[in-house]
Structure formats: C-alpha cells, structure tokens
Design a protein around this ligand. Structure first.
Ligand code: FE2
Ligand code: FE2
Length: 301
C-alpha cells in the first residue's frame, strides 16, 4: 500500500517523469526529552552479564555522541533549502539526535575508564569524524543517510528480536528502546533532505554516490565497531584475537546484530529505494506509545 506523498517533477514526458517518495505525511518526529537512569553502565557487563554483547553496545554508544552531532550538522547545512513538513521534520530530527547524543554521552561517561580503553576509542572516533567533516557538507550528508540506514536496520533488529535486551537493567534497556523508536521515526529525514538537495542530479549519479557510500560505510563501520569492541573486551581478559572472533560471531551470527536484517540492508541497493518502502511503524507502535506517554507526563518520566 502506497502511503507516500507523491509529486511529479521535471519533464512531463513519460519516462522522464519522476515520483518523489518522502516520509509519510502522518509520521511526525517529536523530540522526547527524557533523562534515563543508566547508572548500571558503571557496574560492568550490563547486557545480561554478557561481556561480548556489552562491549558491542558500548562500542556503538561511544560512536553516537560525535557521530550524531555530525548527522545534525550535515542536515543543518541544507536546512534552509527545504520547506513545509520536511522543514518541521528536520527540526525534529536535529532535536532527537541532540538528545540521543546527550544520553549516550551520559552512558559513555559511566563506563569504567580505569579498566577499559575508552579514551583511546573516543580519540579514534573523533579522528574518523573529523575526516568525514573535512570532506564537505554533501559527503557528510551522504555518510549520514548511509549510517541512518544502518541505525534504522539495527533498531528494527532490536524490535523484531526482543530477547536481545533480556535481563538488562531497566534504565539502560529503556534508553536503547527509546533510541530505536526515534531512529525508526526519523529514518528517512536525512534521506529526504538528500533527495531534495540533489534534485537536479541525474538519477544515476545519485544512485552511484549513495550505493558507493553504503558499500564503504558498511566496510568501515562494521570493521571499526568490531575493533573497538575487541579493544574493550581485552580488558575483560580476552586476547585481541579471541576478542575479535567473539565480537564477529556476535555481530554476524548470533544474535547477528548486523546480519539479521539483510533484506532491509540490501533494499538500499535498489534503484528508487526509499526508507519508507518498508513501513515498519507497527513494529514499534507499542514502544512509541510508552515514550509518548512519558513526555505527556514528564513528572513520571
Ligand atoms: Fe540517534
Ligand atoms: Fe538517527
């Protein structure tokens, strides 16, 4: 069922006619300014006592504050070019990512820095992001749409396989769940901005740039997360080789955080792809209602 707003652009000659897909009109991107109690992150293996899973999610959390700030700046650069609902959604996207950044920073600060090499990992992340930023706003935006596809895919994996966060401290579990809801909600905002900003590009050029970016980002993002998580695990007594092996098993096989939603991932390579080709709102509807209730009654949040 097509729920997109459609618009015709350019030439009216049959094949040259284009249909622009966007975020559905009834999807909004409200910031939910919730402070989570993530104190349990200071007491070690918060992911159900599993050192490997904890290291993987801590590694991802460490990338979020600087990464999400880059997403914000990438989208902000093109903000003046968009109007209507997309302008509103961009505002929501920026606010949501800023709050994610704040909450993950909070969690990251609680990881035991005397035991784990958090500073080294943060420095490596800063360096990678500085490189992305140095490539200019369009490359930043393209990196953002690719990484947003990745985060939306992981959010979907989380929503589909709810045992992933079994036996996790409730404050931390809620934080990751809230993040998953908002990543689903805003999964196409940066993409919509990209489609608008490149509206005068030839379709093949847009396709080439976004698929090349996805191939590169898939390689670097998965490699870096594996490396960071393995470095964290070394502090738990693993050799680097064993740590890397355990992390690879976790992300590619069981539970397969990166591989579980292969179908969603590969949809990106389809010409004419849009993140809302797959409408997965129902998957997070219950979680969304819970966090909507939190912002409606902030005193109980
Ligand atoms: Fe986020
Ligand atoms: Fe995001």
């Amino acid at each position: 069922m097509k729920r997109y707003i459609t618009a015709r652009r350019g030439s009216t000659r049959g094949a040259a006619r284009m249909t622009a897909k966007t975020t559905p009109a009834d999807v909004s991107v409200p910031p939910r300014d919730i402070h989570f109690d993530v104190a349990a992150a200071g007491s070690g293996h918060w992911l159900g006592g599993d050192p490997v899973g904890t290291a993987v999610f801590n590694a991802m959390s460490l990338t979020f504050p600087d990464g999400e700030r880059m997403f914000i700046d990438a989208v902000r650069h093109y903000r003046g070019e968009v109007g209507g609902k997309l302008a509103e959604d961009v505002k929501g996207f920026i606010a949501q990512e800023a709050i994610h950044s704040r909450e993950h920073h909070q969690l990251n600060q609680l990881i035991d820095r005397t035991r784990y090499l958090v500073g080294e990992i943060e420095a490596a992340i800063r360096e990678r992001i500085a490189f992305s930023r140095s490539r200019g706003p369009m490359r930043m935006l393209i990196a953002t749409i690719a990484l947003e596809h990745f985060t939306a895919m992981m959010a979907e994996a989380h929503a589909r396989h709810r045992n992933l966060f079994e036996n996790v401290d409730p404050g931390i579990e809620r934080m990751w769940r809230w993040h998953a809801v908002e990543e689903t909600e805003h999964k196409a905002i940066a993409y919509d901005v990209f489609m608008h900003a490149t509206r005068n590009w030839a379709p093949w050029k847009r396709y080439f740039r976004r698929t090349l970016a996805m191939a590169l980002i898939t390689y670097f993002f998965t490699r870096n997360i594996t490396h960071y998580a393995a470095r964290l695990l070394e502090a738990d007594g693993y050799s680097y080789k064993d740590a890397a092996k355990a992390v690879k098993t976790y992300v590619w096989r069981t539970p397969g955080l990166f591989s579980r939603n292969a179908k969603t991932y590969f949809a990106w390579y389809r010409p004419g792809f849009h993140p809302w080709d797959q409408d997965n709102r129902a998957l997070v509807a219950e979680w969304k209602a819970e966090f909507d209730a939190d912002i409606a009654a902030p005193a109980t949040a």
